[in-house]
Design a protein around this ligand. Structure first.
Ligand code: FE2
Length: 338
């Protein structure tokens, strides 16, 4: 090899190392910054929407940031960097960011501290639902109320607490009252952590056969809900039941287990309301380079090898699906709708 060739090789390797280090840098100021105060919560941020006028606006939906783990914080930071640039064309006002819950890795105080830093970095008001990983008392302290409804311009938003995986009769009663209220507005949107269906069928999450899920979908249809936003499964998926849109957006930061091809990628959703129209776009966000090299590239490699001898969900399928399936199959209620 000539001296010239080895010189170029060295430059390319050095550049590559530089870019990897550069992709890690946003985490350093993040570790040392202060988070948003506990007053920056659901109650306060709903107040900020009161004077919004006009029926042409956007909001952002993000789920499952799971702050408190290095990988998740780095990915959430990249999502936030993109979210903050969403208004760069000055076309539509972005009123707020809606979080679908699982804002923390495991609901510890340190996880909430990381989440509140992410919240501080989001330049739009943040309103969040509770997820099954968010410790309930700390959620109240840092995020505010867990079940509520609010108005923004021509739309009515209903935020539900279904982190336990179900909705009680009492909640059904409350949600129906809210849906009636929603009828006074052009659009009704419902927000809750767990989807009332199975967004990925080869997966341990088994909700399609649950009575509450069926009842909930029928109720949303009856009251003409526009879209139900959920998360929980770390993926993107949209479905339609009885004319109601169901969006699963769980790519806010958590390490994603599912294959990219089937919706397993980091992302958030931007929704646009234009009078009686509602449209949305999925914003795929690539992970920081260091995270891609240490996890995301390997996830796809593992799936590729897995496809040679099997298919479907890779992690936890044997340990988690069996007990659920057994209970469901033995429970006649799940199989008798009529
Ligand atoms: Fe989650």
């Amino acid at each position: 090899m000539s001296i010239m060739e080895s010189g170029w090789k060295r430059v390319v390797i050095l550049l590559f190392i530089f870019v990897i280090i550069y992709s890690f840098l946003p985490l350093i100021p993040f570790w040392f910054m202060e988070g948003a105060g506990p007053g920056d919560n659901n109650e306060a941020n709903i107040e900020k929407l009161k004077d919004n006028k006009g029926a042409y606006f956007s909001f952002i939906v993000i789920g499952d940031m799971h702050c408190g783990l290095l990988f998740n914080d780095a990915a959430a930071l990249k999502n936030v960097w993109n979210i903050n640039r969403e208004d760069r064309f000055r076309k539509t006002p972005i009123d707020f960011v809606l979080s679908i819950g699982d804002v923390t890795l495991n609901g510890k105080l340190s996880d909430y501290t990381a989440f509140k830093k992410i919240q501080k970095l989001i330049k739009f008001p943040l309103i969040t639902a509770i997820g099954n990983h968010d410790e309930r008392k700390l959620f109240e302290k840092f995020c505010g109320k867990k079940e509520f409804a609010f108005v923004d311009r021509n739309s009515y938003f209903i935020v539900l607490d279904n982190e336990g995986g179900n909705l009680s009769d009492e909640q059904f009663k409350w949600v129906e009252e809210q849906l009636k209220e929603g009828k006074k507005h052009t659009h009704t949107f419902v927000v809750m952590h767990k989807p009332p269906f199975d967004p990925y069928q080869q997966d341990w999450y088994n909700m399609d056969n649950s009575p509450w899920a069926y009842r909930f979908r029928k109720l949303c249809a009856e009251y003409g809900v526009n879209t139900v936003f959920t998360g929980h499964r770390h993926m993107f998926k949209d479905e339609n039941f009885d004319g109601v849109n169901y969006v699963v957006t769980g790519g806010g930061g958590m390490l994603i287990e599912l294959p990219k091809e089937e919706g397993g990628y980091l992302h958030y959703v931007r929704v646009m309301v234009n009078h009686d129209y509602v449209t949305f776009e999925v914003r795929k966000v690539s992970p920081p380079l260091w995270e891609y090299l240490t996890y995301y590239a390997w996830k796809e490699v593992v799936y590729w090898f897995h496809s040679l001898y099997g298919s479907g969900y890779l992690f936890g399928a044997n340990t988690r699906i069996e007990p659920i399936r057994e209970t469901r199959l033995n429970n006649k209620e799940y199989w008798s709708w009529e």
